[in-house]
Design a protein around this ligand. Structure first.
Ligand code: F6P
Length: 549
């Protein structure tokens, strides 16, 4: 446990809460998780919940009723419930950009066909009409052929969400359009895609909330040039649709007005997959599947709104993030989907959590004295077991893990899925239970090893255990279950952020890098000579030299 990243004396937690949390953490570290299970046979049932299509088991965490009570009191003192109610009511919780954050209203449309907000309703009806026109072949390419391929050009929130959902749902019926994603400005990305798609039947989505993002504009310009050259004509307008909050900029860029889906300005990039930015999902998996995805999010909205704080699992997961970060000094978490179709989830969650909670100033502008969002990372199981799980089991740091698995696979082959699940469940068990050196030593000796050798080897093989994890199960990876999963993580983020006192909806930290890259563009092209540190100047000189060679 660290004393540097905990809640400092000027923290909004207040000194009493801070010391209570630290005392509880000190006490709880000496109560092994396995002991907690032995002491309470109802523990698993008590600390798990069904949330729409999800089952969430958070019993393998360092909690008891006393700890949960303290965390819930903290949530009450920090106004988590009123802030969630304000979010639903359309308050401008994104105070630095003066924007609303009413994400549940986007999901409400899925169940009621209307959201109560005409801009949202018209966004979805325009989207549905466009999807229909493309699928029905009313909107065709320049040579009058029906579209077969789709390239989503966008980055960050305009890429991760649609990319994850399209990949996860690519087995839901025949893909209606073969979908590709171009995010990075690295020219290799767009070149590789353009080398594989048929020019006559490829549709491009230019997805950019701001319509000013360098990577996206650059890739879209390259795509249009390529198309004009392939089709030997300048009029390729029907191959480009835009999703944006800046329809005027999209028009200036050359996108036809009737091919622009306008998204309300308040919809933040990393939360935007619920909006018109889900166009790639609706085009590749169908509008009905996109609607089912929204519906999964809606079920979690309903659950969170109507469950008491003490058993409100998505909120409790956020409070656990606070618990580990501020009382235990843990700043890293692993997300481990044991489902190949969720392989992109850790990357998606990286942006969701790290761009939202990577803050050290409160929403009211004070420098914070306590730790906030940590590092999120991970990969699909079982691949991680043959890579970084060594560190999870025996490394010097405790890293809470999320295990995510489906009870049914879409590809039942022999016992493969059962094996996958056995691996998933065994990893959380071993993290929790570990195996002591004496126990290993006894086993080695009974297998015939000499006592001295057994003693020595047992030290290396021993696993401390006592490492926490959450397990999230769903019956099958349906569009609805996926929507519920993403919404669950959003609420977890909101709960932790509201306790930390930060604004999870802005991302000012990325701006300076964008500005400096513009300055360095000038330096690299030789048009400008900005004053630079000797290291950066040297790197630029090397690049320029290489171009001349
Ligand atoms: O650079 C960060 C960011 O602003 C993200 O928040 C956003 O998702 C991404 O860039 C893309 O922005 P846009 O959709 O405006 O192109």
């Amino acid at each position: 446990m660290s004393s540097t990243s905990d809640c400092g004396t000027t923290s909004p937690y207040g000194i009493n809460t801070r010391s209570t949390l630290l005392t509880l953490a000190q006490r709880s570290v000496s109560t092994p998780l396995s002991q907690r299970f032995q002491d309470d046979p109802t523990r698993a049932e008590r600390y798990s919940a069904d949330i729409g299509p999800l089952f969430v088991d958070y019993s393998k965490h360092h909690i008891d009723s006393n700890i949960l009570d303290t965390l819930c009191t903290l949530a009450r003192n920090r106004g988590v419930a009123p802030q969630l109610a304000a979010l639903r009511a359309g308050a401008h919780l994104n105070n630095t950009e003066n924007r609303a954050t009413n994400y549940p209203s986007l999901r409400l449309w899925a169940s009621k066909q209307q959201s109560g907000d005409s801009t949202i309703d018209s966004m979805y009806s325009n989207m549905a009409a466009l999807v229909n026109d493309i699928h029905d072949g009313k909107l065709r390419g320049q040579t009058d052929k029906v579209f077969t391929d789709l390239v989503n050009i966008g980055i960050g929130g305009s890429d991760f969400g649609p990319r994850l959902i399209c990949d996860a749902l690519s087995n839901q019926g025949e893909p209606l359009l073969k979908t590709h994603f171009a995010a990075n400005i690295d020219p290799s990305v767009i070149s590789e895609i353009l080398a594989t798609v048929p020019a006559e039947t490829t549709l491009f989505i230019v997805a950019s909330k701001s319509f000013g993002t360098q990577e996206t504009r650059s890739n879209a310009t390259t795509a249009r040039r390529w198309l004009c050259s392939e089709l030997k004509c300048d009029d390729v307008d029907q191959h480009f649709v835009a999703v944006t909050s800046k329809p005027e900029s999209a028009k200036t860029f050359g996108i036809r007005e009737d091919l622009i889906i306008s998204v309300p300005e308040w919809v933040g990039g990393r939360f935007s997959v619920w909006s018109g930015f889900g166009l790639a999902v609706a085009l590749s998996a169908g509008m009905e599947n996109f609607r089912a995805f929204l519906h999964g999010g809606y079920e979690v909205d309903q659950y969170v709104e109507h469950s008491p704080l003490e058993s409100n699992a998505p909120i409790i997961l956020g409070l656990l993030d606070v618990w580990y970060r501020n009382a235990w000094g843990i700043s890293s978490q692993a997300v481990l989907p044991y489902e190949h179709r969720l392989k992109l989830l850790p990357i998606y969650l990286q942006q969701l959590f790290m761009e939202s909670a990577g803050k050290s100033v409160s929403s009211t502008g004070e420098i914070l004295q306590h730790g906030t969002g940590g590092v999120i990372w991970g990969t699909e199981g079982t691949n991680g077991q043959h890579s970084f799980h060594q560190l999870l089991h025996q490394g010097s740091d405790t890293i809470p893990c999320d295990f995510i698995a489906c009870l049914h696979t879409y590809n039942p082959i022999g016992e493969q899925h059962q094996n996958l699940i056995a691996n998933c469940f065994s990893q959380s068990l071993v993290l929790m239970q570990g195996q002591s050196a004496p126990e290993i030593e006894r086993a080695l000796i009974s297998n015939g090893m000499a006592t001295a050798d057994a003693k020595r080897l047992a030290q290396h093989k021993a696993i401390l255990g006592n490492r926490p994890s959450t397990t999230i199960l769903m019956d099958q990876l349906t569009p609805k279950a996926l929507g519920a999963l993403i919404a669950l993580y959003e609420y977890r983020l909101f709960a932790a952020s509201f306790v930390w006192g930060i604004n999870p909806f802005d991302q000012w930290g990325v701006e300076l890098g964008k500005q400096i890259s513009q300055t360095l563009m000038g330096a690299l092209s030789g048009n400008e000579a900005p004053e630079l540190d000797s290291s950066t100047a040297q790197l630029i000189a090397r690049y320029k030299q290489a171009q001349q060679a």
